[in-house]
Design a protein around this ligand. Structure first.
Ligand code: PMP
Length: 359
């Protein structure tokens, strides 16, 4: 039995994407993209093609810039507060570790206001921020999907204030009006391929005006825009994987089809968690993520036994994040329906065995 990969990231890649990458690299007749200059036509067109697919899939306005940068999503935590204009506060919705890490970086360079937080209930819900006056903020930063706690924004604040969204764990998993956001960023390693890069989509109008020499070059979006994501040697392999992943999304029928599948997979699993007498979901129903299904059991022995059982059954990466415990099944775009059905089947079997023997 093939291993079913439920890791939260780096995470599952569709077999077709991996085969195409291997084919491209293993053809020794022609030089592969891994061993030629990034100034060559082949790499320049790989980047242009990848950018144009991002534009198409997100239906982006011409005013949006698309960048592929190194440093993962965490580098964006540092670059954003350095680059966005204004002398007021940067606002944050605190929905857990990834927003906290962004807050820590922002505080090093500007004032920060916490607009809402779900810390009081171990981040198991998305806080409401209606009462907060956002107009005084330079920008508002939120994490659309909280990989560790399994919460997701299904409604976004409507405001004139520039919106910055960390979409690392749900980018291109559902239809959104991507033009509503002033800056979107996402590490590649979940829905955009593999590690080593991140996507940034931004509106230049939110950036600080002034000379390029005011910021360290590598931390300056304007420098990367001018250099078309090739200010220095880019992470070509990660862009190749992103390219193949975007092509795969298009071949599947685009985001509409992907979203429908994601809804079906998540709903099936949440239904089983509700039904199964051994498990429960601790996430507020309205805010349950379609990408990271987090659940738990109230007995430490059952937790250890279920993890061991999953291991035996080739269900990999189901252990919850170390800060939260319990279980987490990540159902990114590439996750096949059959793997979710298989997990559900094993949850049922585990429940039966437990009822018989008390494990
Ligand atoms: N934001 C979110 C929502 C994440 O899930 C992660 C990583 N799991 C990060 C940011 C950090 O990403 P990276 O490791 O690429 O810096």
């Amino acid at each position: 039995m093939k291993e079913c990969n439920f890791y939260a990231g780096p995470s599952i890649l569709d077999n077709g994407i991996v085969s195409k990458a291997i084919k491209q690299i293993s053809n020794r007749e022609n030089l592969s993209v891994l061993e030629i200059s990034h100034r060559s036509d082949k790499i320049v067109s790989l980047f242009e093609d990848t950018k144009s697919m991002v534009r198409d899939l997100m239906n982006l306005d011409k005013t949006k810039e698309v960048l592929f940068l190194h440093g993962g999503a965490s580098l964006q935590f540092a670059m954003i507060p350095l680059n966005i204009k204004g002398n007021g506060d940067a606002g944050f919705i605190d929905t857990g570790i990834w927003s906290k890490k962004a807050i820590i970086e922002a505080k090093k360079v500007r004032n920060v206001s916490i607009v809402g937080s779900s810390r009081d209930d171990l981040y198991n819900y998305i806080p409401k921020i209606e009462d907060y006056d956002l107009s005084a903020l330079d920008y508002l930063h939120l994490t659309s999907n909280n990989t560790i706690y399994g919460t997701q924004f299904f409604e976004f604040p409507k405001c004139e204030t520039p919106l910055v969204v960390d979409m690392s764990s749900d980018v291109l998993s559902r239809k959104l009006n991507f033009n509503d956001f002033d800056l979107i960023f996402a590490g590649f390693q979940k829905n955009l391929g593999t590690t080593g890069g991140s996507l940034v989509v931004l509106d230049k109008s939110i950036l600080k005006e002034g000379n390029e020499d005011e910021l360290l070059s590598m931390l300056d979006y304007k420098v990367h825009i001018k250099a078309k994501s090739m200010f220095n040697t880019p992470s070509v392999f990660s862009v190749l994987m992103c390219n193949l992943t975007l092509k795969w999304i298009m071949e599947q029928g685009g985001i509409d089809v992907i979203e429908e599948r994601n809804q079906v997979k998540a709903e099936m699993l949440y239904n089983e968690i509700e039904r199964n007498g051994l498990f429960y979901s601790y996430v507020n129903k309205r805010d349950r993520s379609l990408m990271n299904v987090c659940f738990d059991t109230d007995n430490e022995k059952i937790e250890a036994d279920f993890l061991a059982f999953c291991n035996e059954q080739n269900i990999i990466g189901i252990k919850g994040h170390r800060s939260r415990g319990g279980f987490r099944a990540s159902l990114y775009n590439s996750m096949p329906l059959e793997s979710v059905e298989y997990l559900i089947d094993r949850m049922k079997l585990f429940e039966k065995r437990y009822a018989r023997k008390g494990i």
